[in-house]
Structure formats: C-alpha cells, structure tokens
Design a protein around this ligand. Structure first.
Ligand SMILES: Cc1cc2nc3c(=O)[nH]c(=O)nc-3n(C[C@H](O)[C@H](O)[C@H](O)COP(=O)(O)OP(=O)(O)OC[C@H]3O[C@@H](n4cnc5c(N)ncnc54)[C@H](O)[C@@H]3O)c2cc1C
Length: 389
C-alpha cells in the first residue's frame, strides 16, 4: 500500500471524469480508476452527441444543474480550445392534451415551460402551423404543440470525457485505466480500496460506475435497472441542407399513442454522416456483460417504419450506422448522488435514467464539494439514496 490519496474516484465516464477534473483542479491528491480506458463504447457515454437544454422538464431541481453545466463546459472549451457544446436550438413536441409517451416523468412538457418561465430562459411556444413553417422537416399533427428553446445544444460526450481526464492528469491526478475496482473497506481513518492491481488508502471515495452499479454495489442493485438503448443514424444526403445544425434543432418528441418517445440531432458529420435518432426502450433489462451490442436488421427496419418514415419524410431509409448504449434507470427516473448510509466519506454517484449527461459537469463539481466540504452549493437533496440497504 504505497500511495495514500485524499480521494479516489472509481469509474471515469461522464460523472467520474467530471469529479476527477474538479478535485484535481482544487489541488486534491486524487486517484482515478477505470476498468477500461475512457472514453470508450462499453458504457453510457458514447454515440458522438448528447442533448443539453436549459429548462429541464424532469423536475424543477434540475435546471440549476444544467445552467451551471453550461458555464463549466464553456470554461472547459476555453481551457482545452476544443468545441464541446454547439447551440442548435431545441424543439420539444407534445400534443395539446400532453398525452403520449412519457419522457422520464409525467408532464415533461408543462414542467419544461414552467422552468423556462421561472428562470427566464428564452423560448417560444409554437402551434402546429408555426412548427410546419419553421421546421418543415418535422411532420407534425394538427393537435401537436412545440416548445422551442434557443440555447438548447449538442454536447460531445467522448470529447468532454477526454478533455476532463487530460486536464485532471495535467493538474496532478493519478489515472489508472484498465484496472478493475473490486471492493472497499471503510475504517475510522478512511477507506481502503482494492483493485485487481493493488490496494490504496484514501480519506474519501466516489463510486461512479454507470451501468455496472448493480454489480459493483449489489446491496443497492434493486434500485437500478439497466436498459439497452440503440442510437440510429439515418441517411439525409438527398436533403442535407434541411438537416444541418442551425437549420434542424435537437428534438424530443412525446409521441401520442406510443409507448416510447423519440429524440434526435441534426446531421453533425456532414452530408454523408446521417442524422441521429433514439427511441427510448425499457423492455429489456441487461448487464454490461450480457447486452447484445449489435442492432438487428429487424430493429432498424422497425425504427424506419415507425419513427422515421411517418415523422421525417425528408430522411432516407438507409441506416448508416447504429450504436448500442445503456440507461441505468431508477424507478422514478431520478438521480442518485449521496453518501452511503452512515458514511461521510463514500459517495454513490449514479445519475443516468437517460438524462444525466447534460448535468455531468455540475455533478462533478458537486461531488467534489461533498467530499471536500461535506455540502454542496447546488441542492442535491432530491437525489438521496432512498433505500433500507
Ligand atoms: C443512448 C443514450 C442516450 C442518452 N442521451 C442523453 C442526452 O441526450 N442527454 C443527456 O443529458 N443524457 C443522455 N444520456 C444519459 C447520459 O449519457 C448518462 O447519464 C451518462 O453518460 C452516465 O455516465 P456515467 O458516468 O454514470 O456512466 P459511464 O460513462 O458508463 O461510466 C462508468 C464508468 O465506470 C467504469 N467502471 C465500471 N465498473 C468499474 C469497476 N469495477 N472498476 C473500475 N471502473 C469501473 C466503466 O468502465 C465506465 O468508464 C443518454 C444515455 C444513453 C445510453
């Protein structure tokens, strides 16, 4: 046991890399450990793009996290001279009854509008004719209504993780990749962490292992379900100008009469790169080991028939590529960011349920504050570990 750290961060994906970056930047002697070498394609943080928006429909407490994350990502861009956040505007489509597929929470649309009004976030409400005029790429129905947010944007998840890890390393963090965390023991003086390569002592520990959380922390496995998600890129080369960032916004579509909503992005990789869509799926429970990482021909055909053809008539039927990813979902889609019961040293950080990336920068900052100061500037009380384990 040669090196003693103030803090160890296990799992260096979206959440862990953000926490490591913040801790190292504050001069904390910190070790980051990951079983793989992030950014990678085996967890929840790959597929080129993530949506960010400022007025958050998942609950009133999320908007301050999102707003702070915008600031932190802009700082990260300045420090690394890398483009990480691209404002495209965002369109959330619901219907006048707000009935339909649930986006993580009941009345997502109404909550979004309320959050925008409360925080002075620039937006417009569009009826169906206005949406058809502004965004003819979307085949909306007469009873559909849109919330358009001007600052909604695309984040680049792999580039954000890479930037945070590089800066953490430059500011003194030790980073051990391809090293697997096996367990820990809390003592009166701190925490002893065991991996497949060694044993380390630290004052504090943060666990941010994404879809591996049920295996790493089996005592909390009942709180989380891991679901397979597929990202699809469909060809738009024949109408490319209608799908470019600036012309085509990021979107979330609460499809009426459907089990699942749909979200998507403009064509960010040029004329032949396609536009990306995802249709949330909650039917298959998987683990990172058992998941089928290939989308089948039937799955691709079904998404074209049910999601692309009726709603995006300017897109083509050719699916250029797919990427399989995982949501780690709690029963109410809320995040878990909390000290383990009875501990002031060990944080469990599991913010996914399909909407965590946009908040990751502020979550990393908050986890650093929890471990250094015992409290956070932003209110994380809605993300308590609610269990009896
Ligand atoms: C398809 C898809 C689309 C999404 N879209 C959006 C979106 O548009 N907007 C949005 O805000 N959010 C979105 N999300 C959610 C967001 O991407 C997640 O909230 C976020 O990526 C979760 O990050 P994480 O750090 O918890 O997990 P990960 O990034 O998966 O990181 C976990 C890390 O832990 C490591 N690890 C696991 N076990 C061990 C171990 N034993 N020892 C050491 N290391 C270990 C893994 O190797 C991995 O690197 C989406 C998610 C998916 C899957």
């Amino acid at each position: 046991m040669s090196v003693k750290y103030e803090t160890i961060v296990v799992g260096l994906g979206a959440m862990g890399s953000a926490a490591l970056y913040q801790l190292a930047g504050k001069g904390v002697k910190v070790l980051g450990i990951d079983r793989l070498s992030p950014p990678h394609t085996m967890g929840s943080t790959h597929g080129d793009t993530r949506i960010t928006r400022q007025a958050i429909g998942e609950g009133a407490h999320y908007t301050p996290l999102s707003l702070r994350s915008y600031e932190l990502i802009r700082e990260l861009e300045t420090r690394t001279k890398t483009a990480l956040l691209q404002v495209t505007g965002g369109l959330i489509i619901s219907n006048t009854t707000h009935a339909g597929a649930i986006n993580h929470i009941e009345d997502f649309f109404g909550n979004t509008v309320a959050a925008a009004e409360k925080h002075g976030i620039r937006h417009e409400i569009l009826d169906a004719p206005a949406m058809r005029t502004r965004f003819p790429q979307f085949n909306v129905a007469d009873d559909e209504v849109g919330y358009y947010e001007y600052e909604a944007a695309i984040l680049r998840p792999e580039a954000v993780v890479k930037a945070q890890l590089e800066l953490a390393g430059e500011t003194g963090a030790d980073i051990h990749t391809n090293e697997t965390f096996l367990g820990f023991e809390e003592t009166s003086e701190g925490v002893i962490v065991c991996t497949d390569k060694g044993t380390y002592k630290a004052a504090n520990l943060s666990l941010s292992v994404g879809p591996w959380v049920p295996q790493v922390m089996p005592q909390y496995a009942s709180l989380f379900e891991v679901h397979r998600q597929i990202q699809y890129w469909f060809d738009v080369s024949t109408n490319y100008e209608s799908f470019t960032p600036g012309t085509f916004p990021i979107f979330i579509w609460q499809l009426k009469g459907r089990e699942s909503g749909m979200y998507g992005f403009p064509a960010v990789d040029g004329k032949n790169g396609g536009f990306k869509v995802g249709c949330e799926e909650y039917n298959t429970v998987v683990t990172p080991e058992t998941i089928d990482r290939t989308a089948s021909k039937e799955e691709i055909e079904r998404v074209y028939e049910y999601n692309i053809k009726p709603f995006f008539p300017m897109a083509n039927d050719c699916c250029l590529k797919t990427a399989v990813c995982m949501y780690t979902v709690t029963a109410d889609s809320a995040f878990v960011i909390d000290f383990l019961p009875g501990s002031k040293r060990i944080v469990l950080c599991s913010p996914c349920s399909g909407h965590g990336f946009k908040h990751a920068a502020a979550i990393g900052e908050s986890v650093a504050q929890m471990l250094m100061d015992g409290e956070t500037e932003l209110d994380l009380s809605p993300f308590k570990l609610r269990c009896t384990a």
